[in-house]
Design a protein around this ligand. Structure first.
Ligand SMILES: Nc1ncnc2c1ncn2[C@@H]1O[C@H](COP(=O)(O)OP(=O)(O)OP(=O)(O)O)[C@@H](O)[C@H]1O
Length: 309
């Protein structure tokens, strides 16, 4: 059995600067894999290459065992793509548009009608068949984008920031639909919002400045992030240097007069005990102590400086 997606040492240079460097991804089963990165980290570049929209400078992409460069037709049959700006023809009705997409996807003539019906059904569009796309809300346009990505039943569905710009109700609906799609497809989904990836994904790949800095399960990511940062609130905080001298503390950051973020090595239990003991002994008047998942930027900084791969 081949992995559904495998990238080997994928690198891309637009002009002189490298946008991504040595990206190695392997997806073996259905479910949602999140690609997390700040703006400009290289998410779209990676996804465009995987979907055959952009030719990589170096490295290989295999889709279900097919080399995307050497066997593009076979490889692309197994890919569905929802780009950041879905290519919707807004003067067409949903039916006309999906029919066109089915033809582009080379679905045999006698199966086109059922493919369009099934895609509409799965995406909750069955009642809007003859509605012009330009008259749909943002949430429904997104559904049409997803319908075109699954119409040919690809093994891999790639979605570039699919929940970006949706209102809260549309967000809930879009997440539900993506979860349903992921029951029998592998979904690779990008976002610059950690909580979004956390909510939706089984696995997470994090890229920063074009390099992979983390790749593991969402649980492993949460454990890692949670266990390395602790937040303290005190009425009489000590000097920074005093905290820095506590065994296991690697970095201290004052967020305000009374709130301190402490980075540490070792177990959270041990460091908590030491901090509480020091607070009692030194009279810091500790009001709050607990894990701090940190802002996304902090997580990026933390992971970028010590890649876990
Ligand atoms: N067509 C292009 N020509 C030159 N540089 C580009 C081009 N497209 C992207 N870049 C650069 O490559 C890097 C990666 O961009 P990319 O769009 O892949 O990042 P991203 O993580 O998807 O960001 P965003 O969320 O903002 O879309 C950035 O530094 C960007 O400026």
């Amino acid at each position: 059995m081949h992995p559904i997606l495998k990238t080997e040492h994928l690198s891309h240079r637009y002009s002189s600067a490298w946008a991504i460097r040595d990206i190695n991804i392997e997806i073996e089963s259905a479910g949602i894999v999140g690609l997390l990165g700040s703006n400009g980290a290289g998410k779209s570049t990676t996804m465009n290459i995987i979907c055959g929209v952009l030719n990589q400078t170096e490295g290989n992409v295999f889709i279900n065992g097919f080399d995307l460069r050497k066997q593009p037709e076979a490889a692309k049959r197994e890919i569905g793509f929802l780009p950041q700006n879905p290519p919707l023809y807004t003067d067409l009705t949903i039916d006309e548009y999906l029919l066109y997409c089915a033809q582009l996807r080379l679905i045999p003539k006698d199966r086109i009608k059922s493919a369009v019906e099934e895609a509409k059904e799965r995406c909750g569009l069955a009642h809007f068949s003859s509605r012009l796309i330009k008259n749909l809300s943002g949430g429904y346009r997104q559904r049409v984008g997803i319908a075109q990505a699954i119409i040919h039943k690809p093994k891999l569905v790639v979605m570039d920031e699919p929940t970006n710009g949706l209102d809260p109700n549309q967000l809930i609906e879009a997440r539900k639909l993506i979860r349903e799609i992921a029951v029998d497809h592998s979904v690779l989904l990008s976002s610059h919002i950690l909580s979004e990836i956390n909510l939706l994904c089984r696995d997470i790949i994090m890229i920063e400045s074009g390099r992979m800095v983390f790749s593991d399960s969402m649980d492993a990511f949460n454990n890692y992030v949670q266990s390395k940062v602790i937040l303290l609130r005190m009425d009489h905080p000590p000097q920074k240097s005093e905290l820095q001298h506590i065994q296991g503390v690697t970095q201290v950051e004052f967020l305000s007069d009374r709130q301190v973020r402490v980075y540490f090595d070792g177990s959270q239990e041990d460091i908590s005990e030491r901090l509480i003991a020091a607070s009692v002994a030194q009279g810091w008047k500790l009001k709050e102590i607990g894990p701090d998942k940190g802002l996304l930027d902090d997580v990026f900084k933390q992971l970028s400086s010590q890649s876990l791969l």
